[in-house]
Ligand binder design. Sequence first.
Ligand code: 5GP
Ligand code: MG
Length: 206
Amino acid sequence: MDRTRHNPAFCRLPAAACMIVPPLIQFLRRSRVLKVLLTEIEIQAGIEALAKRLDAEYRGRPLTVLGVLTGSLIFLADLIRRMDFPLRVGLIQASSYRGTATLPGALEIHDAGLPILEGRDVLLLDDIFDTGQTLSHLVQHVERQRPHSLRSAVLLWKIGRQRVEITPDYYCFRIPDVFVVGYGLDYHDDYRHLPHVAALDEEDLG
Ligand code: 5GP
Ligand code: MG
């Protein structure tokens, strides 16, 4: 939806300005420089390879894939459609979002509606492993539900930023230390829908 067009502030502008201003704002928002890091084809190949590994390791076991909202949504949807055995899906919300600041703020976890994890093999799925603090907190949180086993998988793992002991059990891609968007990852709630992963130019951050 074009949010600028529905903004009441624009309704007070003369008609001609109403025609020009919203598209202009839209253009400026879109004119941030995005450098494609991973194409749609590369991402899908990475997910296919991960699905094959998981198929081999979990087939016949009571797997629950637990997606971390909101960034893992698209990764989750693409991955589970390639896993050819019965599994359950759950969602957990964790936000430490700090725009593009280099260190995360306090982490909030919302787990209302979490399926029963006790006795299940659980695969925690997140979009990106950066400092690792989100994953580390989530692992401790999920451990309290006494799953039979708990492993983690991420789409992206940023090189050189880790600040915790644990690392993801599975990952699709290592990426350099740049701020990325697309394929579920956002910048100010935009860009999640892109089919590829792109780096935002330094000048456009902040
Ligand atoms: P960590 O706790 O590992 O430092 O950060 C994990 C969370 O921070 C991710 O789930 C994601 O929400 C956010 N994050 C870290 N790096 C990036 C990035 O480059 N781009 C975006 N959009 N989010 C990021
Ligand atoms: Mg996240």
